[in-house]
Design a protein around this ligand. Structure first.
Ligand SMILES: Cc1ncc(COP(=O)(O)O)c(C=O)c1O
Length: 385
């Protein structure tokens, strides 16, 4: 086995946003100056401009900016009237917040298996998990593609359930031109720094066409304060603001979002091409069978592979950053075990948790860096046929 190369010359980070800031510091500084010039650092005109821009981008009638994607989920569930006694169907394979947000509003997440490829709710399993306490289905769009929203929408209609989307990772994803977060009553976006549209810290947003839900969300993000600004609180809300600096940064990044999504697709095609011959040890991303297909937006380039943990250790030793999404299904999260409902086994989620790993993916990643990662993966499997 070759000795690990020094990370200084050949290391590849999992994610870095430094180069794009360096390249257009002047443009970013101009955006940030609009904030300092107004003297309003939160709930100001730049935040409103961001909300309008995201509305225009996604087609949602209302975009309500909040402090992060997790808050957006909690506020969405509260505004949709989900609470104690209710069950919400959540995939067993997703980020913790998809389920913890349901518990935060006093309801019970019911964890259901996913489909291979999309890593999203399996509609047939969802159908089997509906009970008379089910109030909502919470599909999550992970990594590159959306859940089968047509099939899930039919189940929701059949059982008179709300469809509430965890589209935290979904910016740019759509089916038939309809953006993620716009297939149900409401959806959310996360602007966590590594996301396809990432902030300079934390930020998130709720999307909806429902006027009443949007009004409630605007109150809840501000302690429950009524829209007239009076200090008479009729309900308990949160302190969940998206400040003006984050909004300015996001507006700056929004200008290059399409180019960045295209660059991510080029990088993914290079990974596909360089890793394709390693099948079946390595499986590159594939489209799940769905009635209508989502486009692919490579927020994460996720492979499934044999001896995943050994491969991760090998790449780490050679200075390559990876991220294991997600090392265990939610059914095995200690904090959820006693509180979530699990009425079926989740073999697809379990297999993904043992085989999946995200490789470096960000717009400033170079072709040479992708080649370096792929060379190392080839080396790893050559040395362990
Ligand atoms: C699927 C999913 N849901 C929810 C969240 C929570 O978003 P945030 O980190 O902005 O709170 C994230 C992002 O981290 C996510 O990927």
């Amino acid at each position: 086995m070759s000795a690990p190369a020094t990370t200084a010359t050949t290391g590849v980070p999992f994610y870095s946003g430094a180069a794009s800031v360096r390249r257009d510091w002047a443009g970013l500084a101009a955006r940030l100056r609009t904030v300092t010039a107004t003297g309003r650092f939160t709930f100001g005109p730049v935040g409103s401009e961001l909300e309008r821009a995201i509305s225009a981008r996604t087609g949602a009638a209302h975009a309500v900016a909040v402090n992060n994607g997790t808050d957006a989920l909690i506020i969405m569930l509260r505004a949709a009237g989900i609470g104690p006694g209710d069950e919400v169907i959540v995939p067993a394979y997703t980020f913790f917040a998809s389920a913890s947000s349901v518990l935060h509003v006093g309801a019970k997440p019911v964890l259901v298996d996913i489909q291979p490829g999309s890593y999203a709710l399996d509609p047939e399993r969802v159908r089997a998990a509906v009970t008379d306490r089910t109030r909502a289905i919470l599909p999550v769009h992970l990594f590159t593609q959306m859940a089968d929203m047509v099939a899930l929408g039919e189940i929701a209609d059949e059982h008179k359930l709300q469809l509430l989307e965890d589209s935290a990772e979904g910016i740019g994803m759509h089916i038939d031109g309809r953006h993620a977060g716009r297939w149900g009553r409401a959806g959310v976006l996360s602007f966590f720094p590594t996301k396809t549209l990432g902030a300079l810290g934390d930020a998130g947003m709720l999307l909806t066409d429902d006027d009443e839900l949007a009004r409630t969300a605007r109150r809840l993000r501000c302690h429950g304060q009524p829209s007239d600004g009076s200090y008479e609180y009729l309900e308990l809300g949160y302190n969940s603001r998206c400040d003006e600096v984050q909004s300015a940064f996001l507006l700056w990044r929004l200008e290059r979002l399409d180019a960045e999504i295209a660059r991510r697709a080029d990088l993914a095609a290079r990974y596909d091409q360089r890793l394709g011959d390693l099948a079946p040890q390595v499986r590159t991303p594939w489209l799940a069978p769905a009635r209508r297909q989502s486009n692919l937006v490579y927020y994460v380039y996720l492979i499934e592979c044999e001896r995943r943990d050994e491969l991760v250790a090998y790449l780490t030793a050679h200075g390559v950053g990876t991220e294991v999404y997600y090392p265990r299904p939610l059914t095995e999260q200690p904090c959820l075990a006693a509180r979530a409902g699990v009425d079926q086994p989740v073999p697809v989620a379990k297999a993904a948790s043992q085989r999946a790993v995200g490789l470096p993916m960000f717009p400033d990643l170079t072709d040479e860096q992708v080649d370096r990662v792929c060379d190392l993966i080839h080396e790893f499997y050559q040395e362990r046929p």
